[in-house]
Design a protein around this ligand. Structure first.
Ligand code: AMP
Length: 218
C-alpha cells in the first residue's frame, strides 16, 4: 500500500504515520526528517536546505525529488510506503508519478487531513519532539504532555522544540502551504484519490478514521 498524507504543518501527518508504521509494517518517509538529519550532519545538502527551512519556505523541488527517488528505490519500500510531507508542490507530485511508475507501482490513497489554521499555530508552537531520530515521538506541552517534563515517555531521550516551530516561522510555513501545497488537493481529486478527513479530535479517533479509509479496522 502506497499512501500520501496531505495536510498543513501540524495537521498530524507525522503522528498518524508513526501509528500506521506499527499497523501496516511499511516505512514512513518524511522529507522533513531527512532534511533535518542532513542539516544536523552538516552535509552540503543540509547547509543549502537550512536557510529555506529556517525561513519557513520550501526547499527547491530538485533537492527533495532527488531525496525521494533514492529513498523509494530502497528495498524496504517494496511492500509500500507512507509519504509524510512529500509532495508539497504540483511539480513534486508530477515527479512522484514518474518515480512510482518507474518502480512499476502507483499511489493507492491520498488522505488529506484538515485542521483549522489557528489550531495549527497552537499545536506547532507547543510541540516538543524526541531528540532520538529513531523514535521521533511528539508531545504537546498542554494537550499531550510527557509524564516527565522534557523527557520522552517512549524512549527516555530529551525532548526539544524544532527551530521552525516558533510563531513567525509557523505563520510563514502556513502561507507556503496555502500557496504551494493546497493545490495538490485538486491535483489528486482529479485522479480520484483524495479522502478528506477532519484532523481535530483525539489521535486514536483520527487513526480509526484513516484505517477505515485504508480498509482495515484500527
Ligand atoms: P516538515 O517536517 O514536513 O514540517 O518539513 C520541515 C521543512 O522542511 C519545511 O518547512 C520545508 O522547509 C522543508 N521540506 C520538507 N519537505 C519538503 C518538500 N517536500 N518540499 C520542499 N521543502 C520541504
Amino acid at each position: 500500500m502506497n499512501l500520501i498524507l496531505l495536510g498543513g504543518p501540524g495537521a498530524g501527518k507525522g503522528t498518524q504515520a508513526k501509528k500506521l508504521i506499527d499497523k501496516y509494517q511499511i516505512p514512513q518517509i518524511s522529507t522533513g526528517d531527512i532534511l533535518r538529519a542532513a542539516v544536523k550532519e552538516g552535509t552540503p545538502m543540509g547547509k543549502k536546505a537550512k536557510e529555506f527551512m529556517d525561513a519557513g519556505q520550501l526547499v527547491p523541488d530538485e533537492v527533495v525529488i532527488g531525496i525521494i527517488k533514492d529513498r523509494l528505490a530502497q528495498p524496504d519500500c517494496k511492500k509500500g510506503f507512507i509519504l509524510d510531507g512529500f509532495p508539497r508542490t504540483v511539480p513534486q507530485a508530477e515527479a512522484l508519478e514518474k518515480v512510482v511508475a518507474s518502480l512499476s507501482s502507483k499511489i493507492d490513497h491520498v488522505v488529506s487531513i484538515d485542521v483549522d489554521e489557528e489550531a495549527l499555530v497552537t499545536r506547532l508552537t507547543g510541540r516538543r519532539t524526541c531528540k532520538n531520530a529513531a523514535c521521533g515521538q511528539m508531545f504537546h506541552i498542554e494537550y499531550t504532555p510527557p509524564k516527565k517534563a522534557g523527557v520522552c515517555d517512549k524512549c527516555g531521550s530529551e525532548l526539544y522544540q524544532r527551530d521552525d516551530d516558533n510563531e513567525t516561522t509557523v505563520r510563514s510555513r502556513l502561507s507556503t502551504y496555502n500557496q504551494a501545497t493546497k493545490p495538490l488537493i485538486d491535483f489528486y481529486t482529479g485522479k480520484g484519490l483524495v479522502r478528506p478527513i477532519k484532523g481535530e479530535g483525539g489521535i486514536d479517533d483520527i487513526f480509526t478514521k484513516i484505517c477505515g479509509i485504508l480498509g482495515q479496522a484500527a
